[in-house]
Ligand binder design. Structure first.
Ligand code: GLU
Length: 311
């Protein structure tokens, strides 16, 4: 893995987020992202934000949000701010931010960065790993007046992002250095579904901009989405955050660690009597090592020692 020596040091305060989708309980595979974000934030000083990404209504699972909050509280990874009541900070929820996404979509549409594609089915706008790309650009050059007429006639449409005519999109990642993506491989991805709900890539950027997130730390599985997000930052006229994509935690069989492949749910560890500090310590060592190779560390010692340069 190549480091990027030319990246400036982080001189805090930082603002980070953990953005789980409420599709089940936290487990060792996905809660590691929260641990790294929280430790990184404590190390540099700043604020850690919790955001529930619940716009994919079909995948939401009742009760998951409560479970996620309970697991984070038990691990001591409480958010520093949020729309809470009674002194405790609740999470931001994407389902409560619809007007913000609509406003941002309106701005981008007026500027020609997004355009309607009629008669198309919804798609999540995300790229699945290994997916064969199909290019959907047929509505790119539809004159605005023709689009307005079809819209007025009630024809359903999704909104697509107009990928600019550039050679490549370069993502600067604190762990991987510069990662280049040929723009020709990026489709005009969907940013809003037929009912107007934003897709993941769009909502996440609007939120990260509005919440002032300085550092996006997440699993490497999201790296293929990052060039799309970077294009959205550019279109919104916002500076992208510093990105860090953590190496994927593998299962003993070599696949991605998931609920199905041995990633214990946090709640089960709690029921088995594992102390929360031990879980945080264990997760911190998945992808990071202490400068003196120490393996048993208190949370305070981890806050002191953990930074992204040793990931
Ligand atoms: N909601 C996404 C997930 O559950 C995370 C989004 C992000 O970190 O950008 O994987």
């Amino acid at each position: 893995m190549t480091h990027a020596p030319d990246l400036p040091p982080i001189t805090g305060p930082v603002r980070t987020r953990f953005a789980p989708s409420p599709t089940g309980r936290l487990h060792l595979g996905n809660v590691r992202t929260a641990v790294f974000n929280w430790l990184f934030t404590r190390h540099h000083g700043g604020a850690f934000v919790l955001r529930i990404e619940d716009t994919d209504l079909e995948r939401n699972l009742a009760g998951s949000e409560e479970g996620i909050l309970e697991d984070l509280r038990w691990l001591g990874l409480d958010p520093d701010e949020g729309p809470g009541i009674g002194g405790a900070f609740g999470p931001y929820r994407q389902s409560e931010r619809a007007e913000r996404y609509a406003a941002a979509l309106g701005r981008l549409r007026a500027a020609g960065h997004v355009y309607p594609a009629f008669g198309e089915e919804d798609d999540g706008g995300e790229e699945a790993e290994g997916e064969v790309r199909r290019f959907h650009r047929s509505f790119r050059e539809l004159p605005p007046a023709a689009a307005a007429a079809r819209e007025a006639a009630g024809e359903p449409f999704v909104l697509r992002f107009r990928v600019p005519d550039v050679e490549e999109v370069t993502v600067v990642d604190r762990i991987r250095g510069e990662v280049r993506f040929p723009a020709a491989e990026i489709d005009d991805f969907v940013v809003a579904r037929r009912d107007g709900r934003p897709t993941y890539n769009f909502a996440v950027v609007v939120d990260d901009v509005e919440m002032g997130i300085t550092d996006v730390i997440r699993g490497a599985g999201h790296l293929s989405n990052t060039p799309r997000q970077q294009l959205i930052y550019d279109a919104l006229g916002a500076d992208p955050p510093r990105f860090a994509h953590l190496p994927t935690v593998l299962s003993p069989e070599g696949g991605k660690l998931s609920k199905r492949s041995g990633a214990d749910p946090v709640s089960e560890l709690r029921e088995r009597g594992v102390p929360p500090e031990a879980v945080v310590n264990y997760l911190s060592l998945l992808g990071w090592s202490h400068p003196e190779e120490r393996e048993i560390l208190t949370v305070a010692e981890l806050v002191e020692a953990l930074d992204l340069d040793r990931v």
